[in-house]
Ligand binder design. Structure first.
Ligand code: SAH
Length: 369
């Protein structure tokens, strides 16, 4: 049994079931036993035995295209100097390292960039420091509220899916909130009756028109708060944000609470702290929150369409020509990022920007949903 599971079983015995978001927050971010606090979770199954692999870890092409997107936008917005180059939840720091490497094509972009990371895990902060190298004067923040008063270009890949969710269910006799309780030595889902669901006005506005019987509605109060903060920050300071994650582009509901361990789905209650737990991101709600803060919002695109609009196929061709012997690998990385049956369709891209910003490349072209 995982150490955290034993602790949570004791707590539940003493105080009763935990709301799902409290469980998920503990499983991922408990200071001692949380998944992101103690493990190096990212990696390919055949390299360092990680539990899941993210787009920047699949291929350098991902970070290169995002880096080009950022440098181009910085150029077209009037080359603010200095500006904050911000990443939320940078994991191993691979995406930022690739952005900074490709940024060398526009030295003034790099010279003006102040790198800011929002990251809670001390172990991952160390990894990020190593990834960008000691020559980069990077700053770390526990949340968005302490970002500097500068125009801001922000990216977040698989950040929102790691924030704790609640699940609320509509039944014939009323509403229930899903909690985590105990049955012997096992953690189990324990629905608790509630008088009324605790949805924000913004979340209510983004629910489907009708809810089926037994429909599960997922909300992410921490994700909503982060989106409100980052939207307010951009409205005040100028700039844009590019949010990439897996989730739904249209109003939807349903259970998406899931765990991955060793690249396989596992029961999310089986070993808290030992497996990655995530949930789908509610893109209509993130877009709505940005609109409420008076930002411009590009239609949500699929990751495949976005990367192809930015030149993924051309970049893959170039790499294949310059790296003989790696053609098959590069082709399979390209497919992994963009093919509809891999990350291409499930992953979505949301671009939001200050009203004074120029159009966001790659996002309003064909393929936007
Ligand atoms: N972007 C990386 C890693 C994604 S995993 C990649 O694509 O590979 C999620 C990341 O978000 C981790 O770095 C995790 O430590 C961080 N994280 C999770 N919850 C957070 C929170 N509440 N505040 C700041 N960072 C958080």
């Amino acid at each position: 049994m995982s150490a955290l599971k034993a602790i949570l079983l004791d707590e539940i015995a003493a105080h009763g079931p935990l709301p799902l978001d409290v469980y998920m927050a503990r499983a991922l971010a408990d200071p001692e036993h949380g998944y992101y606090m103690q493990r190096r979770p990212f990696g390919a199954p055949d390299s360092d035995g990680g539990d899941f692999i993210t787009a920047p870890e699949v291929s350098q092409m991902f970070g290169e295209l995002i880096g080009t997107w950022l440098a181009d936008l910085w150029n077209r917005m009037g080359q603010p100097d200095p500006f904050a180059l911000v990443e939320l939840g940078p994991g191993r720091g691979t995406l930022m390292a690739d952005i900074l490497r490709v940024g060398q094509v526009l030295p003034a972009f790099l010279k003006s960039a102040q790198v800011h990371f929002v990251e809670t895990s001390p172990a991952l902060r160390q990894a990020q420091k190593q990834a960008v190298g000691k020559d980069v004067d990077a700053h770390w923040h526990a949340d968005i509220t302490t970002l500097p008063d500068l125009p801001c270009l922000l990216v977040a890949n698989e950040f929102f899916d790691a924030l704790p969710i609640r699940q609320t269910r509509k039944t014939a006799s009323g509403w229930q909130e899903i909690h985590v309780g105990a049955k012997g030595d096992a953690l189990v889902f324990a629905p608790q009756d509630v008088a009324a669901p605790d949805f924000s006005e913004a979340a209510k506005a983004c629910l489907p028109e009708t809810l089926d019987a037994q429909a599960i509605v997922e909300t992410c109060p921490q994700g909503e708060a982060a989106m409100r903060q980052l939207s307010a920050h951009i409205a005040e300071q100028g700039g844009a944000a590019l949010l990439i994650d897996y989730g739904h582009a249209n109003k939807a509901c349903g259970d998406s609470f899931q765990a991955l361990k060793g690249h396989r789905f596992v029961d999310p209650l089986q070993a808290p702290g030992m497996a990655d737990i995530t949930a789908h991101v509610n893109f209509p709600l993130l877009a709505h929150l940005a609109e409420l803060a008076d930002l411009q919002v590009a239609p949500v695109a699929t990751q495949g369409a976005f990367l192809e609009n930015l030149g993924l196929n051309m970049r893959a061709q170039q790499l294949m020509q310059s790296s003989p012997g790696r053609e098959t690998q590069i082709q399979s990385e390209r497919a992994r990022l963009a093919a509809p049956d891999e990350m291409g369709t499930l992953f979505k891209v949301l671009g939001v920007a200050h009203k004074a910003m120029p159009p966001l490349a790659g996002l309003t072209l064909e393929g936007a949903t």
